[in-house]
Every structure is written in C-alpha cells, then in structure tokens.
Design a protein around this ligand. Sequence first.
Ligand code: URA
Ligand code: SF4
Length: 185
Amino acid sequence: MLQKWEELEEVVKKCNKCKLCRTRQNIVFGVGNKNAKIMFIGEGPGADEDRLGEPFVGRAGKLMDMAFEAVGIKREDVYIANIVKCRPPMNRDPEDDEVVACLDYLRNQVVLVKPEIIVLLGRISLQNILGKEYKITASRGKWVEKKGIKYMPTWHPAALLRDETKKIDFIRDLKLVVKELQVNN
Ligand code: URA
Ligand code: SF4
C-alpha cells in the first residue's frame, strides 16, 4: 500500500475511485510539514477548499487559525488533511463507500508523516479513525493512545461557528496537545 509522497500525490491527483470525483472542482490532498509532530484530520473539503485545493481555508479554517495562534501552534509546523479528499455535494457527510475508497490515502499520509499526535476534528474524523463506537461528546478532550499514536478528539471548527461555547473546549483541547508535546520533546 505504501507509496512515497510524490507517487501518492500523483495517484490522488488523478483519483476517481468514488462518486465524489464527479462533482469536485479540486482534490484537496493535504498540506503542511511532512515531518510534523502533530497532524490534524478534518472531514472533507467545503466550498472554499474545493475551489482552492487546500484544506481549512474557509470560515472554519480561519477560526482554526485563530485558535492555533491563541495556543502557539503554527500552521506551517503541522500537517492538515481530511477523511475524504473531494468535496461531498452540499457539504453532506461523506458516505461509507466514499470513506472506504479514500481512507487508504490518509493512512498512507499518516505513515509518511509519522506524527506523535493526531487531532481528530469532529465526529466524522473520530469515528472513521478510531471506530463508530466513539462519540464525540464523550470523547472530546480525552487522550486515546493506539499503536504508538496519541489521538485527541475535539470539536470540528465548523461547530464553533454554530456554538460559541465550544470555542473554550477547542482551545483547551489544543492546549493539552501543546503541553503533551512539550513534555515529550
Ligand atoms: N471542513 C473540513 O472538515 N475540512 C476542510 O478542509 C474544511 C472544512
Ligand atoms: Fe478519490 Fe478520495 Fe476523491 Fe473519492 S474522495 S475520488 S476516493 S480522492
């Protein structure tokens, strides 16, 4: 399965393994430091991401940037990717067949980046990485360690746009991540 960055990117850029290929404008491969200690995994591209080909560049992304700044995370130091690399129409949840088709790409990215910590942004990310039995409300803010990687589930940044009170949780969870990294490095 494992491919090097160049090969992987080339394969993904031409991918039509699922029906999302028919409605996308651009594939959103992922961006950031390929040796990052922290990786962020979102759900899938929204309209802005689809237009620009980069993850988290719309409203939710701007909010995430502000949270990064508040806790001292630099976007260029982390790696950011999504569960699916093409936009689901009308921002619906990615369907299981789409996730199954796409997830190997993300797994390959994780193997290549080798992060110490993976921040799971929202329910879709959490359940597709750790399992459907995980509930975001119960899991957020709590470490889960699996196969040498520490996972921190937290709210999806778009949820912060709908509910201001979640911002406090989000910042708190990111602070835990920063602290964990300081302890181990
Ligand atoms: N929401 C996501 O889950 N990912 C993005 O890249 C943008 C918005
Ligand atoms: Fe391929 Fe993933 Fe895009 Fe589907 S979402 S077409 S599997 S890159």
